[in-house]
Design a binder for this molecule. Structure first.
Ligand SMILES: *[C@@H]1O[C@H](CO)[C@@H](O)[C@H](O)[C@H]1NC(C)=O
Ligand SMILES: *[C@@H]1O[C@H](CO)[C@@H](O)[C@H](O)[C@H]1NC(C)=O
Length: 216
């Protein structure tokens, strides 16, 4: 094979290898520092005496986490603004909020019933507790931050935490499930919200929530 001498020179020049070597040396130094850090930490723990099991690796089975599954739930969320017992109340706003086209800056606290069917009189499945905030200057977009606290059957007492962007005027709004408790420990997933009913006079609204959640 004819190999141009320039290529031979390129492979035999020491520079790239040397750079890599220096790189490795640096990594080694970094590793050393990490080791020293943990050595230092473990000394503190040893002196403290009590916290020797501050951190340890657990077998998920021991926590009862056997098989992750995907569940779907559907509930109807009722934002009741009017009447003597509102479940949705505005608690804060900026001086400019009332002048804003989008209500930018308003914060609304909610304890909204979640029902099995679209009618408020249908079976109560839980409550949506949290707040939403008007987060869009030029568009109607809310930051939703709420826990769905379930109250029926084996789900009684378990919660799903939802945080996401709600572009209120679009047909389907997707928000994240960022965690959960009880039967929803280690939850992750998303919800889809669709408006079912909006009373323009009172401001009361019913929204269908489809919940898609991975949990154990
Ligand atoms: C803005 O409007 C709300 C009612 O929607 C009222 O309670 C509040 O006092 C108003 N705030 C200001 C600063 O005008
Ligand atoms: C749910 O749990 C609460 C508190 O543990 C209890 O008072 C209530 O009766 C339970 N509801 C149902 C429907 O099981």
């Amino acid at each position: 094979m004819l190999v141009p001498t320039s290529q031979i020179r390129n492979t035999s020049v020491g520079r790239p290898d040397q750079e890599q070597f220096e790189h490795e040396v640096n990594l080694h130094g970094f590793g050393c520092r990490i080791f020293m850090f943990f050595f230092y930490i473990s000394n503190i723990v040893a002196v403290d005496g009590k916290s020797q099991t501050f951190g340890r690796v657990l077998n998920p089975i021991k926590l009862g986490l056997k098989q992750e599954k995907l569940s779907h739930f559907r509930v109807y969320w009722h934002d009741i603004v009017s009447g003597p017992n509102p479940t949705s109340i505005r608690v804060a706003g900026a001086p400019s909020t009332n002048k804003s086209k989008t209500g930018f800056g308003a914060i609304v606290m909610i304890d909204d019933p979640l029902t099995e069917g679209p009618e408020l009189s249908s079976k109560l499945m839980g409550r949506a507790q949290g707040f939403y905030a008007s987060a869009g200057v030029n568009e109607v977009a809310a930051l939703m931050n709420m826990n769905f606290a379930f109250m029926v059957g084996k789900y009684n007492g378990s919660t799903i935490s939802i945080m996401g962007r709600n572009k209120v005027l679009t047909e389907v709004r997707e928000m994240s499930i960022v965690g959960g408790s009880g039967l929803f420990r280690f939850a992750r997933g998303y919800v889809e919200a669709r408006a079912k009913k909006l009373d323009y006079k009172t401001g009361d609204a019913t929204v269908e929530y489809n919940i898609y959640v991975f949990h154990y």
